[in-house]
Design a protein around this ligand. Structure first.
Ligand SMILES: [Zn+2]
Length: 80
């Protein structure tokens, strides 16, 4: 199964909407931890998710978040 890095960014005044959008949305990402720069003022969130394709990866996000997210195919590599 491929993996995708979901890179989401929102404006500071969109922050509360980016979190409220999850209410009532069914996703395997709900109630998990995510990396975020919101507390330090960067207003970005990142997830690494398994999915068949970029569309399936983005489908794990509610529409408001999805529209501000890029899905990048990634894999683990050894660092020399
Ligand atoms: Zn934020």
């Amino acid at each position: 199964m491929p993996s995708f890095l979901l890179c989401h960014r929102h404006a500071p005044d969109e922050c509360r909407f980016a979190f409220a959008a999850w209410h009532g949305f069914d996703s395997p990402l709900r109630h998990l931890q995510a990396l975020s720069s919101c507390p330090s003022g960067g207003h970005a969130l990142w997830w690494v998710v398994p999915a068949a394709d970029p569309g399936a990866a983005l489908a794990q996000l509610p529409a408001y978040v999805r529209q501000r997210t890029e899905a990048i195919p990634v894999s683990e590599v050894p660092i020399p």
